[in-house]
Design a binder for this molecule. Structure first.
Ligand code: NDP
Length: 288
């Protein structure tokens, strides 16, 4: 029997629907959640991601601002713009689209964003909050994976979760989230040898390596839940994941498609983080 497909697109659509009424009630309370996105340069992928973020905001009723800089902008100018947005009451969430040109330090930029507006969850204070299980913001992709598993009622506690990838934005925060939910977590990376020794043990396998067809059917346990984060361009130009979908779907219990799996969940979690930021800031302002 083949795996059940986890429809991230559908789960995300339902979440956006629910958000619309949540935003309406915020408006009735006198505030509108706001997101600002800073884009530097003209990288086509970045432009397309940013456009998608602004479009998503419009769809659900989040106020949005896009601040575009030429690729030659100085680091100082970007940092000054962040300061302005940190102090802007209409803006509750703020992100700078990565990657940045070499003359701008990503770490400096990330650390300039107010942790209370850091809806990407990249600020070291938010990473620290995740490590210590405190309230903060979590990177959208791993948060979207957990949301997806909750939507299909998959229990996480006690499960062995194997994550392939240890990046700051996907692998590491995913490992911490699963650990905080009482899973047993193994993190693999490019020096893990042999990779399949570990992936075969997974009840839940998260593939986030950025390597086409890295995971084959003989790399998984029968019935495993397979979450494919990868976004790669195949030789024919198609968007494909890290998992050889056609063969793995015959052996897995659940599987996410690419596209239509983790991608839409990542997008919707940015909206969710913006709503949370707005609620927290509104509540805090009310107490002052
Ligand atoms: P990075 O390149 O930052 O990290 C990749 C990680 O995978 C590294 O830890 C690397 O190991 C590990 N890795 C690479 N090749 C192998 C291999 N052959 N075996 C085992 N481990 C390997 O990528 P990101 O974390 O940013 O993204 C990962 C993938 O997810 C990409 O395809 C990206 O496009 C996609 N992505 C998708 C999103 C979505 O919304 N669907 C959002 C974000 C990312 P090492 O540390 O040793 O180098």
């Amino acid at each position: 029997m083949g795996a059940q497909r986890i429809d991230g697109k559908l789960i995300a659509t339902k979440k956006r629907q629910a958000m619309k009424s949540q935003i309406e009630s915020m408006k009735q309370q006198g505030y509108v959640p706001g997101l600002a996105v800073i884009l530097v340069g003209e990288d086509p992928a970045s432009i397309s991601y940013v456009k998608g973020k602004i479009r998503d905001c419009k769809e659900v009723g989040i106020y949005s601002e896009l601040i575009q800089f030429d690729v030659t902008v100085s680091e100082k100018q970007v940092l000054e713009q962040i300061e302005i947005l940190n102090a802007n009451d209409k803006i509750h969430g703020l992100l700078v689209q990565l990657p940045l040109p070499d003359h701008i330090s990503e770490q400096k930029v990330i650390q300039a964003i107010s942790p209370e507006k850091d809806v990407d969850g990249f600020h070291p204070i938010n990473v620290g909050r995740l490590v210590t299980k405190q309230e903060g913001f979590v990177s959208c992709t791993p948060a979207g994976i957990i949301e997806m598993l909750k939507a299909i009622d998959v229990p996480i506690s006690g499960k062995h979760v194997v994550i392939v990838g240890r990046s700051n934005i996907v692998g590491k925060p995913a490992a911490l989230l699963f650990l905080n939910l009482d899973a047993t977590v193994t993190v693999c990376h490019s020096k893990t040898k042999p990779l399949s020794k570990y992936t075969k043990q997974a009840d839940i396998l998260v593939a986030a390596a950025g390597s086409e067809a890295l995971i084959h059917a003989n790399d998984i346990k029968p019935g495993a839940i397979v979450i494919d984060v990868g976004m790669n361009r195949s030789a024919s130009g198609r968007l494909v994941g890290d998992v050889a979908f056609e063969e793995v779907k015959e052996k897995a219990g659940y599987i996410t498609p690419v596209p239509g799996g983790v991608g839409p969940m990542t997008r919707v979690m940015l909206l969710e983080n913006t709503l949370i930021a707005a609620m927290r800031q509104h509540e805090k302002a009310g107490k002052q």
